[in-house]
Design a binder for this molecule. Structure first.
Ligand SMILES: [Mg+2]
Length: 165
């Protein structure tokens, strides 16, 4: 189990069974923004993602957006639309913003999970913070230029890992 191994790999957030996650003891969900909740080529999350987040809140999950995006206005607008707190310019894979997010939610390492679409930011950061991680496939193929470079290594690292569809 390396720092680049996600606990689970699921095709998209909406496919993560929240009732099962709650039953497993998780109470706090830290969420990446770009290409996890909000497609890189859009400004709003799809309705299916908003509905999934509503269900999470109904179950009692605490939610926070932890985004590397340095456009604070983009992150705050999405977080507002999706009714959750946020941390922008998070500098994942450094774990500090993730642990700060956990503190804000009153979460423990055992009951928190980080969900995101990038191995080298979200999964690595979550593992460094000592929490479970769920990798999802990016919502679009649109990425920043340096993310596209990381995607090449990511594809290699993910070889042999089964994705839950
Ligand atoms: Mg992302």
């Amino acid at each position: 189990m390396s720092v680049l191994s996600p606990t689970r790999y699921v095709a998209r957030v909406e496919l993560i069974d929240l009732d099962a996650l709650w039953a497993s003891g998780k109470r706090a969900i830290l969420l990446d923004r770009d290409n996890t909740l909000v497609p890189r080529d859009r400004t709003c999350a799809p309705a299916s993602v908003a509905a999934w987040l509503d269900h999470a809140r109904d179950l009692g999950f605490e939610l926070i957006m932890v985004s590397n995006n340095w456009h604070k206005s983009h992150v705050s607008r999405s977080a507002g639309e999706l009714k959750m707190d946020y941390i922008s310019f998070a500098c994942k894979p450094l774990p500090f913003a993730i642990t700060a997010g956990m503190r804000r939610l009153g979460a423990s390492k055992a009951n928190a999970v980080m969900i995101g679409d990038q191995l080298y930011t979200d999964v690595w950061g979550g593992n460094l913070a000592g929490i479970d991680t769920i990798l999802v496939k990016p919502q679009t193929t649109v990425d920043l230029w340096y993310t596209q470079i990381f995607r090449i290594f990511e594809r290699r690292a993910l070889r042999g890992l089964t994705c839950e569809e």
